[in-house]
Ligand binder design. Structure first.
Ligand code: RB5
Length: 190
């Protein structure tokens, strides 16, 4: 079951998403709002987020004007990984790598056609698990205040910090990995 929620700024997108879900014969539950009258997005973020954490729904789609406010609010609920998406790549990667359980989009920044495309990708992309599992578990650890920061993590922080400082001084410069830009992008994907 898919939980749907929006504020007035995302109402148009949720209507488009509903049409798509109807066409696909996918089940959904609506948590409002139901018009373009101004409302407060945290209310709808909370309703959809708790529908997921209670087990009533397995995944959710939330829309506001930008997708940002409603995602920030949803992410305050333990167990929620809400991702603001504005392109196809992110719609896919946030499922594959982050195991996102709510897709967030903005009615003032994303067209209805694109929103349907992103929802289709999001709903049909599996979580990869594997090396990402540890990272997703670390997000849960942050929620629980139990994230262990080890010396190894501290070393990585210093490495990244040192490289960032150098790049800010000379933005065109490659990182100290001896890799080409493409290789670096591939590296960043790991
Ligand atoms: C409402 O005007 C607007 O602030 C809301 O839809 C959303 O964009 C917040 O992030």
């Amino acid at each position: 079951m898919i939980a749907l929620g929006c504020d007035h700024g995302g109402y148009n997108l949720i209507c488009a998403i509903k049409k798509y879900l109807d066409k696909k014969g996918l089940e959904y539950k609506e948590y409002g709002t139901f018009s373009e009258e101004s409302v407060d997005y945290p209310v709808y973020a909370y309703k959809v987020a708790t529908a997921i954490t209670s087990g009533e729904c397995s995944t959710g789609i939330l829309c506001c004007g930008t997708g940002i406010g409603i995602s920030i609010a949803a992410n305050k609920v333990k167990g929620i990984r809400a991702a603001v998406v504005s392109n196809e790549f992110c719609a896919e990667m946030t499922r594959r790598h982050n195991n996102a359980n709510i897709l967030c989009m903005g009615g003032r920044v994303t067209s209805e056609e694109d929103a349907v495309k992103f929802a289709d990708i999001f709903l049909n992309t599996p979580y990869e698990g594997g090396r990402h599992e540890n990272r997703v578990s670390m997000i849960t650890d942050i929620e629980n205040g139990t994230l262990p920061i080890t010396d190894e993590h501290e070393d990585i922080h210093s490495f990244v910090e040192a490289n960032l400082i150098e790049r800010i001084g000379n933005p065109g410069k490659k990182l100290h990995t001896g890799r080409s830009r493409n290789d670096q992008v591939a590296l960043d994907m790991k």
